[in-house]
Design a binder for this molecule. Structure first.
Ligand code: ADP
Length: 476
């Protein structure tokens, strides 16, 4: 009988290695993806499990986590104990890697270089001991990239397939070579690309992963193109262009069961597309009362993000907003935390317009969900945006996104159909689109409501992208 060409690997067992995953540890979209994609892959017949640091903020006893492996490793010649716990969370098996020193506290506090070098080294030692034998290791971002570069040194026919997903190219994990060496990484085994862009004895962990993975993905088709250019490549564009054949952009989905306005228990009131206007009104009132904002007929704009250079807070021109508010009154709520510069920028905005702007410097999942439900418009004026999940969540909750045409925002928001889109990264472009949003709300409300409905009808689940991941795994 004729033998057809078949993939040499059994691709039904995948191990994700990542720094964040909902519902256990979240800072941004990385957590949403690592938390929800394994569930979606189950429908493709693929068993995806997650290896995650057991940060001390995760309650192992509440998860009824079982201790399955203990070993130790040497850091700077000193023994460090590692324990791996297994827990099933929302149907997904997690391997939680514990070390009391390195994973004390929250996700990214402390020395991130040392923290994730430790995670990667411990993961490499744990792999042969785990009861799960993955055919593919899928590493997410620089935190797990050294796992890829080290495994790539093994015989290709004997090792698992290696996939690296770039969720954000800005964070590359630059570490001193002697720091990497302290965690047992052999510096002369790293690919040349890891040393290219910085003088001295520094090593770029993400570049090492990009150079050595079998396949590299990023989280939207448009961002996969953008990062090949100097504007968006964060100095890795040349390396990425050299791996073009193996690089693809797969748009993220969201967990549509969790982000569902008809069932979301966190909301003041649940609502469906049929009673969206009245339902959102109740939520808007509740948010206004909570934030001590007047309950009036003005539209509510919301911004929920990490406060960093990426998210476009520089474009919020206080004077222009003040002027705009005199013609078309509005309210604005900013929720987030991060860099001090952007926290004070946001706080200054609310101080200068006390009646209608509120800034909340915190990470608050419940408040964020209430803001999605209350918002008329959701602002995402990002400088760059690998995929962006908030525009999808916003549309699902009937908030019209106002976004810059970049990365995944360009792939997911259609100007004047499902949202408002501007091109230039400038305060004037942003403010004029803000004004457009206000005019639409006040003068063409029917058109505005129609836009909101159109966004609400889009399917942001993993239905389209899960089979694409399956095909990618199959191709290795
Ligand atoms: P990024 O990964 O760059 O932070 P994404 O748009 O991909 O941006 O994902 C952000 C996720 O984090 C969304 O689920 C958003 O609701 C959530 N989020 C961001 N900031 C906050 C906050 N301050 N409080 C609660 N949730 C937040």
């Amino acid at each position: 009988m004729l033998k057809t060409k078949q993939s040499s690997r059994k691709i039904n067992k995948i191990l994700f290695c990542a720094a964040e995953a909902t519902p256990l540890a979240k800072v941004g979209g990385l957590a949403d993806v690592v938390g929800s994609l394994p569930k979606a892959m189950r429908s493709q017949g693929v068993d995806v499990r997650v290896l995650l640091p057991a940060y001390s903020t995760i309650s192992l006893s509440k998860l009824a986590a079982k201790k399955i492996i203990s070993f130790s490793l040497l850091v700077d010649g000193k023994k460090e104990a590692v324990t791996i716990y297994e827990a099933k969370v929302q149907g997904t098996v997690f391997y939680l890697l514990q070390n009391k020193k390195y994973f004390k506290g929250e996700v990214y506090d402390g020395d991130n270089a040392r923290k994730y070098l430790f995670f990667s080294r411990a993961a490499l030692l744990a792999l042969p001991l785990l009861p799960f034998k993955p055919s593919i290791i899928h590493a997410h971002d620089f935190h797990a990239a050294p796992i890829i570069s080290e495994l790539s040194l093994q015989d290709r026919n004997k090792r698992p397939g290696l996939v690296l997903t770039i969720h954000n190219l800005q964070h590359q994990g630059w570490v001193k070579t002697r720091t990497a060496a302290a965690f047992g990484f052999k510096i002369d085994e790293f690919p040349q690309a890891a040393f290219n862009h910085q003088k001295g004895d520094w090593l770029n962990l993400l570049a090492a992963g990009i150079a050595t993975a079998d396949k590299i993905t990023t989280v939207s088709p448009n961002y996969a193109q953008e990062i090949l250019t100097p504007t968006y490549g964060h100095r890795l564009e040349e390396l990425l262009r050299s791996r073009r054949q193996d690089l693809s952009g797969i748009i993220n989905g969201i967990d549509v069961e969790s982000y569902n306005s008809t069932t979301d228990v966190n909301l003041a009131q649940t609502y469906s597309s049929a009673d969206m206007i009245s339902g959102k009104d109740v939520n808007k009132k509740a948010v206004r009362t909570y934030l001590n904002l007047e309950n009036n007929a003005t539209p509510l704009f919301v911004f929920v993000a990490r406060f960093s250079e990426q998210k476009g807070l520089d474009l919020f021109d206080g004077n222009a907003l003040w002027n705009l508010n005199r013609t078309y009154p509005f309210q604005l709520v900013l929720l987030g935390s991060g860099e001090e510069k952007y926290e004070s920028l946001a706080l200054n905005l609310s101080r200068s317009m006390r009646e209608n702007i509120r800034t909340l410097i915190t990470f608050d999942e419940v408040l964020a969900r209430n803001l999605y439900a209350a918002a008329d418009y959701f602002l995402i004026p990002s400088l760059f945006e690998p995929c962006g999940l908030t525009q999808m969540i916003a549309m699902r909750y009937g908030a019209v996104p106002l976004v810059r045409a970049t990365g995944g925002l360009k792939d997911t928001v259609k100007d004047r159909e499902t949202g408002l889109v501007f091109k230039d990264y400038s305060a004037s472009s942003f403010i004029s689109t803000f004004e457009k949003a206000l005019r639409l709300y006040y003068k063409k409300n029917k058109k505005y409501q129609n836009m909101r409905q159109q966004g609400g009808r889009k399917d942001w689940s993993w239905t389209a992208s899960a089979p694409t991941y399956k095909r990618l795994y199959d191709s290795i």
